[in-house]
Design a protein. Structure first.
Length: 103
């Protein structure tokens, strides 16, 4: 699988953040805002494919494009929330991946 970026998965446990891992990935993002009756709302979305089945990702984790080596550098306002994570472990090793939907 081709990759165009790295991503860092961050998990919140009891109010503290910890880095789960950094993985090469294929990152496709759509940045935007929606105008609602009550104001403007962030509408950023990303589809991320990680060609590593050992990637530990679950719904509710935070994902950031790029590599973060120290959790003190993490800014929750710039991260997207993982809305779905699916392991696709079928086919050859070149086809196997983890698919993430983030918002």
């Amino acid at each position: 699988m081709l990759t165009n970026a790295d991503c860092t998965i961050i998990r919140s446990e009891d109010g503290d953040y910890r880095i789960v891992g950094t993985y090469p990935c294929m990152w496709q993002e759509c940045e935007g805002y929606e105008v609602k009756k009550y104001g403007e709302e962030n509408a950023d979305k990303a589809a991320v494919w990680i060609p590593d089945l050992t990637a530990e990702v679950k719904k509710g984790d935070r994902i950031v494009r790029g590599e973060i080596s120290d959790v003190s550098a993490f800014d929750p306002d710039t991260a997207l929330t993982v809305m779905s994570a699916a392991k696709h472990d079928y086919g050859s090793e070149d086809m196997q991946h983890v698919e993430i939907g983030a918002r």
